[in-house]
Write a new protein. Structure first.
Length: 210
């Protein structure tokens, strides 16, 4: 199954992608993780992307599509994949279509801006392996320490309140129109965010007929 996860920043796409990955046994392709790895390594692409992400702006399409197309050609994507964080614009969606990349469904996680602002303040990521946590919803076993690798948990700059507000504005202007784009292709499956992470996962699987 080839899926796209849509939703505003902080909607829980990364968390749901990890859970769906285990259930459906297909890899999650997160542009955020790929870009953060490039930024940590200090590659030219990473440094270029960092300036945009720190300002809460979108990374240019040519950088994103190049990374994604290369990743989807890997052996582990032959039986399907979950795209998390791309496409973010109509132009990116059209570029993926033009590259011959097809999808079985596009899941849109629906959640209010107010809830996202509250949620993002508690989000933490491991600076070593990139694993995601939330102080309330998905807390680590030990405060400030990654369960997976023991790395330090930090708040990303793009999770700061002023940056979150800017990212939401960009989402509504640039990314939300993708819902209509994929609805017209018969692929869109809207799913209301649920109080518990596991409940949202079940709602997504139900929408996919699983």
């Amino acid at each position: 199954m080839k899926l796209i996860l849509l939703g505003a920043p902080g909607a829980g796409k990364g968390t749901q992608a990890e859970r769906l990955c285990k259930t459906l046994r297909i890899p999650t392709i997160s542009t955020g993780n790929i870009l953060r790895a490039a930024m940590k390594d200090g590659t030219p692409t990473g440094l270029k992307a960092k300036a945009f992400m720190d300002a809460g702006k979108l990374v240019p399409d040519d950088v994103i599509i190049g990374i994604i197309t290369e990743r989807l050609a890997a052996e582990d994507c032959r039986k399907g994949f979950i795209l998390d964080g791309v496409p973010r614009t109509i132009a990116q969606a059209e570029a993926l279509e033009n590259a011959g990349i097809k999808f079985d469904a596009v899941v849109s996680i629906e959640i209010s801006d107010q809830e996202i602002m509250q949620r993002m303040s508690g989000r933490r990521v491991c600076e070593s392996c990139g694993a995601s946590y939330h102080l309330v919803a998905v807390p680590p076993k030990k405060e400030g320490v990654c369960d997976a690798c023991g790395g330090k948990l930090v708040q990303r700059k793009d999770d700061a309140p002023e940056t979150v507000k800017a990212r939401l504005e960009v989402y509504h202007k640039e990314t939300e129109p993708l819902k209509k784009f994929y609805a017209e292709r018969g692929l869109l499956k809207p799913v209301q965010n649920q109080p518990q992470v596991a409940e949202t996962t079940q709602a997504i699987l139900h929408a996919l007929g699983r």
